[in-house]
Write a protein that binds this ligand. Structure first.
Ligand SMILES: NC(=O)c1ccc[n+]([C@@H]2O[C@H](COP(=O)([O-])OP(=O)(O)OC[C@H]3O[C@@H](n4cnc5c(N)ncnc54)[C@H](OP(=O)(O)O)[C@@H]3O)[C@@H](O)[C@H]2O)c1
Length: 325
């Protein structure tokens, strides 16, 4: 056991017991009930080298949490308005991973203050998307940019997990029910069940897709790395939308009608939708434009340094769309 883990564990009695007996790293995952958080929680709990505590606004009675509790996780129902209680709950913890959505920064800001006060070593802000420059183009991620300045100034060891777009969105509308995680899925970039699709620019630009299940596996494996670079990229697969259309056509057994939209047009639409208050529509167009400009590819560092074998796009499509009615 490293000195870091020893000194931290002395401040957290439950983890001290677990760690001295089993040599485990004390980890907190913040935000559990959404699809991404839930998938990461499942992978952490399955990792015998970790002592896992889950911070949630839910009580232990939430049936979603039952398998995680059975798997050995400790549930902490937390109040993000109290930095003091967050700090005591974080004493002795080595790594904190947040999945909290960036819509409201207050809970994460309080969490960061508590992380620093409790002497936590590593902190992961909720990122889980594209590269920093690409994210900077999406207004919905403005809060992420603001938070990064505070994280970088904190003196903590940190990283940004980057995974591209959730592969799971390709399950939207499939006859095979999506049960991988409690994730809100909707067609993104390509609607497999639709008659017609509009794709950004030429459809030949490289885009990275990773399933939330595999993101969980990569995150869990990354905790065991001795040193963290500032970014930890991963990829289920990096491919093009045209290739996915060809694969989907083969799998569902029909031709897709596809038209291509220039990125200037997508940016114009984003402004128009933004002016009507349609934030979701605006974000989709902003994402389409950035990916159309070829900025959707993630360097898959974690694929190289871990044993995770992620599902690729075609295999995922076959799983959900391969059974013809
Ligand atoms: N790459 C992609 O395709 C993609 C797609 C979607 C999201 N993302 C990214 O993934 C991350 C998670 O996004 P998400 O949409 O899954 O977020 P979310 O569901 O809104 O929130 C994630 C978790 O945070 C907790 N939470 C939510 N609101 C909170 C609040 N106001 N105060 C405290 N806790 C709160 C909840 O956990 P409890 O209920 O357990 O407390 C929730 O399960 C974000 O960084 C987002 O940008 C990426």
């Amino acid at each position: 056991m490293s000195k870091d883990f020893q000194s931290l564990s002395l401040r957290n009695p439950i983890c001290y017991f677990m760690m001295s007996a089993l040599n485990k790293i004390p980890v907190v995952l913040v935000g559990v009930t959404s699809g991404l958080g839930y998938s990461i929680a499942k992978a952490l709990v399955a990792n015998s080298k970790l002592c896992v505590t889950l911070f949630t606004r839910s009580s232990e009675a939430n049936p979603l949490l039952e398998p995680l509790i059975k798997g050995g996780a400790t549930i902490k129902q937390v109040d993000y308005t109290s930095i003091d209680t967050l700090t005591s709950a974080l004493r002795g913890i080595h790594t904190v991973i947040s999945t909290i959505s960036p819509a409201d920064l207050t809970p994460t800001r309080n969490l960061l203050k508590a992380v620093i006060a409790a002497g936590v070593k590593r902190f992961v802000p909720s990122e889980f998307a594209y590269g920093e420059e690409t994210n900077a183009e999406f207004d919905v991620y403005n809060n992420k940019k603001e938070l990064w300045e505070e994280v970088r100034a904190s003196g903590l060891e940190y990283t940004a997990f980057r995974n591209g777009i959730f592969l799971d969105y390709f399950a939207a509308g499939a006859s095979v029910k999506y049960e991988e995680a409690p994730l809100r899925i909707f067609p993104a970039l390509l609607d497999i069940g639709a008659e017609k699709n509009e794709l950004p620019r030429t459809g030949e630009e490289k885009i990275t897709f990773t399933s939330v299940r595999d993101i969980g596996e990569f995150v869990s494996a990354a905790i065991l790395l001795e040193k963290w670079p500032e970014e930890l990229g991963m990829a289920g697969e990096t491919t093009t939308l045209n290739q996915i259309v060809r694969d989907a056509e083969e799998i569902v057994g029909r031709k897709f009608e596809v038209t291509y939209v220039p990125t200037e047009e997508l940016r114009k639409r984003a402004d128009e939708l933004g002016a009507t208050g349609d934030t979701m529509g605006k974000t989709r167009c902003q994402i389409g434009a950035a990916l159309g400009e070829g900025r959707g590819e993630i360097k898959p560092y974690l694929n190289e340094v871990t044993d995770v074998k992620p599902i690729g796009v075609k295999e995922f499509l076959k799983k959900y769309w391969g059974t013809r009615a």
